[in-house]
Write a protein that binds this ligand. Sequence first.
Ligand code: ATP
Ligand code: MG
Length: 446
Amino acid sequence: MQWELPEFVRAVARDLLVAGHSCYLVGGAVRDGLLGRTPHDYDLATDAAPGVVAALFPGAVADDAAFGRVLASGVDVLTLRRESEYKDRRRPSRVTFSRSIRADLARRDFTMNAMAVDLRTSEVVDPFAGRRDLALGVLRAVGPPERRFREDALRVLRAVRLRAQLGLSYHPVLAAALTAAGEADLLRDLSAERVRDELTACLMAPGCGVALRDLQRHGLLRRVLPECLPTVGCSQTNPMHLYDVWEHSVRAVEAATPQAELRWAALLHDVAKPACRTVDVQGMTHFYGHETAGAGAAAAILRRLRFPEAFTRRVAALVRYHMFSYAAETKPGAARRLVLALGRDGVRGLLELRRADRAASRWGQGYGPEGERLLLHLCALDEAGERFELRDLAVDGRDVMEALALTPGPRVGEVLRTLHQMVLDERVENSREELLGAIREGFGAS
Ligand code: ATP
Ligand code: MG
């Protein structure tokens, strides 16, 4: 079998082989290649020591010398190793280099990730029947899964993620080990960043709903997203809803276009519903204020997971505004205010969230009448090329100081912001005369 590789990978492999070292394609690239998918990264393994590899490729970065990983011309080259002794359920406490591809494959997580292609012969090395499991669509651990999860708890989340990405089934023993991992709280020592990246990959996967239900079913949700736990079984007796808050949220994620902020917003948009739940005399449930409380809760969750602050703020804003109403008589000023709060992309995200929210309830397909009205106003604003930020006001700080005989200070900004708000509300036109008039009338005395 001739293995197809991009030229930059082939070049590195060729140099290693010509220098007399072994060279294997390993990891996800073998799995994806056998599935007929394009891998998104390539890992090579060799028996050459890290220093030898680094010397072979000018400009190579020995990025983690102790762990034998060298970045050579854009390809990760790892020296074959066997691993032993995991101290903290995160990283092996030491690495022993080896010449055996089999030993190297044995330390890998799942059988379908534990195959290699010998690039000298193009032979597939498959000591754990990864190819068979791949054909069956079964995710199976290399060795006893409970032990492998104890060594490195990230594998728990990798299992959930791989199943969601590739549409696999868990081997029954692996499924049981996932539950055991939840019970033993193995995930407790993982860094927030690693959890964040795996959860995001789950949310972005074609099987995102499967992943979320898996997390819940195996008792992992309470470990990675405990804030979502009260939504499980939180019933909504209300004509619009079909599901409890958790199931509704999962379906909203499934319905949302695969964009990370949007999918996180879909997952968390109703996270505060349990805390805000009331039941009226007719037995209907209400969740007054859940969008405001939810924005705070979502921000806290994402900060705990160490998302970049800008990401966190954008998701929180989507949650904050997801209940927007847009009646027939709503003026374009409302669209302006939303653009101001969320940015244009944010408002587009908000419409997407509305669509997903509706698809996950009794409302049905599309943006709905309110979303469509907002969309119409948004398009009109776009076409007019209208800008309406504070700095686009027809008056500036100097005008305000002059008109009100003020010296520089916070009061000037306050006046400007009030004027800006008045323009947004269409209470005054954004022209110099009108605004100067409004300053004299409204602020002269105060
Ligand atoms: P992706 O498509 O996300 O790149 P991948 O399987 O290639 O999937 P990587 O994180 O690139 O995942 O890891 C490359 C390979 O390293 C895996 O295929 C697996 O063999 C091994 N591996 C990665 N993480 C672990 C782990 N936590 N425990 C054991 N082996 C692992
Ligand atoms: Mg990979």
